[in-house]
Design a protein around this ligand. Structure first.
Ligand SMILES: [Zn+2]
Length: 66
C-alpha cells in the first residue's frame, strides 16, 4: 500500500438529482378520475355525473410517459 492510497479521502457525497415531478395527466388534470354523464331510460334522461377511472393515465393522475 502506498501513501497515495492511504491518504485517499472518502469521496464527497454525490448530489442525488431529485426526480422530476411527473406532469399531471391532461385528461383528468391529475386527479386520476374523469366525470362522465350518466343517462338512464329509453329517453336517455340525464341523471347526473359519475366519476370513473381516467383511461389516459389509468387512475394515476400522471401523464403517461413513453
Ligand atoms: Zn388521467
Amino acid at each position: 500500500m502506498d501513501a497515495l492510497t492511504a491518504a485517499k479521502k472518502p469521496t464527497a457525497r454525490r448530489h442525488v438529482k431529485p426526480k422530476p415531478e411527473p406532469a399531471p395527466c391532461p385528461t383528468c388534470k391529475g386527479t386520476g378520475e374523469v366525470s362522465r354523464t350518466v343517462h338512464v331510460g329509453r329517453k336517455r334522461r340525464m341523471v347526473g355525473q359519475q366519476t370513473g377511472l381516467c383511461l389516459a393515465c389509468l387512475g394515476s393522475g400522471q401523464a403517461p410517459t413513453d
